[in-house]
Design a protein around this ligand. Structure first.
Ligand SMILES: [Zn+2]
Length: 84
């Protein structure tokens, strides 16, 4: 990930990170130009999903099926096997 110094426009580097939550991380940055010496805190965050995680989808399906009554689970299994 590239960061740029807002003061002089040179490339900077990330010297440290601080994960504040699952969706947001603070980035401690330093300008690569020794004559500038600017240091700052930026941020990196989650915005929105483009394609859902397969793990999330299968986990959701599993939880959903688990919440069904045993008889409904059996019916669903039969239906799924019939659909193959
Ligand atoms: Zn700079």
């Amino acid at each position: 990930m590239r960061v740029y110094c807002r003061e002089c426009g040179n490339k900077g580097r990330i010297t440290n990170t601080n994960r504040l939550s699952r969706d947001y991380t603070e980035l401690y940055c330093q300008c690569n130009d020794a004559e500038c010496g600017h240091t700052w805190v930026g941020g990196f965050g989650y915005r929105h999903t483009l394609s859902p995680s397969a793990k999330t989808a299968s986990q959701m399906a599993f939880q959903l099926v688990k919440s069904l009554a045993p008889e409904m689970q059996r019916d669903l299994l039969k239906e799924l096997e019939g659909a193959r």
